[in-house]
Design a protein around this ligand. Structure first.
Ligand code: NAD
Length: 348
């Protein structure tokens, strides 16, 4: 069934406020979840609201803290995320990077004491819409085997790059470095669906289509050894540089409400005008993207899409027609409204 996006946004904001967040933090956190659902990324949408809220009420994630810069070079920052809400800290630090990049042309930040930051494109699209190339990486609880390995040593370490365009909306890569985000397996498990072969292995390392068995086992890196290498590079940029936990030491987002995750982010903003005038750049990127869009589709494919195009289309449609939520997820949110004493009228 479909639900109105603005009403869902109000519901999630109210709930985060009840859990103890100041209003602005509650709004950013709600936006991360609602926009994920709007973009068709349900694995990082409202199905996580119960766990995020519990992480605030138990105090394993701190509400109302401000990240602080502890090492400051013209184009690089080391930041203590102070165990604040991941998406709030990452958006704040991306804004610091953009401000600094106005002067220096580019700025990168490594953040420790972070928490799960949701969809990485929340921060990179904010940068691209302000005229910067945005980069966002995070490490995560180990759930992915290294290529050829039998036990998980890497997180699904997300990678997002958003690039401003001329006439079009930004080009947005936003991906897990596992074949799919683990949330998609959790979602399939909640909804009683099987998963495609090639996503995961069970606890014995055997391929499985059973999401419950996959959750006891490990996910596979995308692209075999290449995805494994990219996931490992993200782990290094997000832990060795800043001293955050490395993936195998990161406590679970879902089950551990006692130990702070202390995960790491690597964020960056690159200003286009350090390289080209807006006219030069706009002309070049428009020509490039036009060329891709003009590619004849393969048999059985309707259209060649640019990275991020599908998610923007989903978002526009969800704004007009509402967000599709499965019955188990809507039921859980309705129950959550009762538990926190907020208006759950959006769920009927
Ligand atoms: N915070 C975390 O710890 C964490 C961990 C893993 C993933 N995530 C998030 O999970 C989300 C989902 O990740 P995913 O790997 O399942 O994403 P996905 O597989 O749905 O999409 C990956 C990329 O492929 C592009 N794409 C998809 N179909 C396309 C098509 N037909 N043509 C052209 N491009 C296409 C998308 O625009 C996107 O950039 C992301 O937002 C990611 O940031 C977060």
């Amino acid at each position: 069934m479909k639900y109105d996006s603005k009403r869902l946004m109000k519901f999630a904001t109210d709930l985060f406020e009840k859990a103890g967040m100041p209003t602005l933090e509650a709004e950013i956190s709600a936006r991360s979840l609602v926009e994920a659902d709007m973009r068709g990324v349900g694995s990082h949408g409202l199905m996580r609201l119960r766990t995020y809220a519990k992480r605030i009420t138990t105090g394993v994630v701190k509400a109302g803290v401000k990240p602080s810069v502890v090492r400051d070079k013209p184009a690089s920052l080391l930041v203590d995320g102070k165990n604040g809400m991941g998406c709030v800290v990452a958006l704040d630090v991306m804004q610091l990077c953009m401000k600094r990049a106005e002067e220096t042309g580019a700025c990168f930040a490594a953040v420790y004491n972070g928490n799960h930051f949701g969809i990485a494109s929340l921060f990179t699209v904010a940068a691209a819409e302000a005229g910067f190339i945005g980069l966002a990486l995070s490490n995560a609880t180990a759930s992915v085997v290294p290529y050829g390995g039998a036990v998980p040593k890497l997180g699904a370490n997300p990678l997002s790059v958003a690039i401003p365009s001329g006439r079009r909306r930004p080009l947005v890569l936003d991906m897990a470095t596992s074949v799919v985000a683990q949330g998609k397996i959790i979602q399939a498990n909640k909804e009683g669906r099987t998963i495609p072969e090639g996503w995961a292995v069970d606890a014995q390392g055997q391929p499985t289509t059973d999401p419950a068995a996959a959750l006891k086992g490990s996910m596979l890196p995308f692209g075999g050894p290449k995805g494994y290498a990219i996931g490992l590079i993200i782990q290094i940029l997000c832990s060795a540089l800043c001293g955050a936990n490395s993936d195998p030491a990161i406590p679970s987002f879902w089950n551990n409400f006692e130990d702070p995750q202390n995960l790491g982010f690597f964020l960056g903003a690159i200003k286009i005008d350090g390289f080209a005038t807006p006219e030069q750049y706009g002309g070049r990127i428009d020509a490039l993207m036009d060329g891709i869009k003009a590619c004849p589709p393969a048999p059985g494919v309707a259209e060649v899409l640019l990275p991020g195009e599908l998610e923007f289309r989903n978002q526009d449609l969800a704004e007009k027609q509402g967000i599709e939520l499965s019955d188990p997820i809507a039921g859980d949110l309705r129950a959550l409204a009762g538990e926190y004493g907020v208006d759950g009228g959006v769920f009927g």
